[in-house]
Design a protein around this ligand. Sequence first.
Ligand SMILES: [Zn+2]
Length: 123
Amino acid sequence: MSREAAPDLTAPELEELQQELVALRDELSRALVGFRDAAKPVDVDEPIGRVSRIDAIQQQEMARASREGIALRAKQVGAALDRCAEGTYGACVSCEESIGYARLKARPETPFCIACQTRREQR
Ligand SMILES: [Zn+2]
């Protein structure tokens, strides 16, 4: 297998990050199950008063937003585990430069190097 874009990770580092990804995946899927149980639709006919109804809707909005955030992160974690399996983990999916251990340690599912991430955020 050609590895010109070899991520500069040592085998123990790679192993460690991969274990973190697996733990993260389990944690996120547990969190998603919890949200599914909690996200009951607000019953607008229920006589709970206008203010508490707004509260309930706002709480659901917040729950929905964080559920979507978790779902997105779970997807990124899954993609990162796929890259581990392919042997491309640690390389930026955009420019194929090495992402670097410190950055991966902080956020093991990140698909981009700092330069590409910054470029995307500025767009
Ligand atoms: Zn990059």
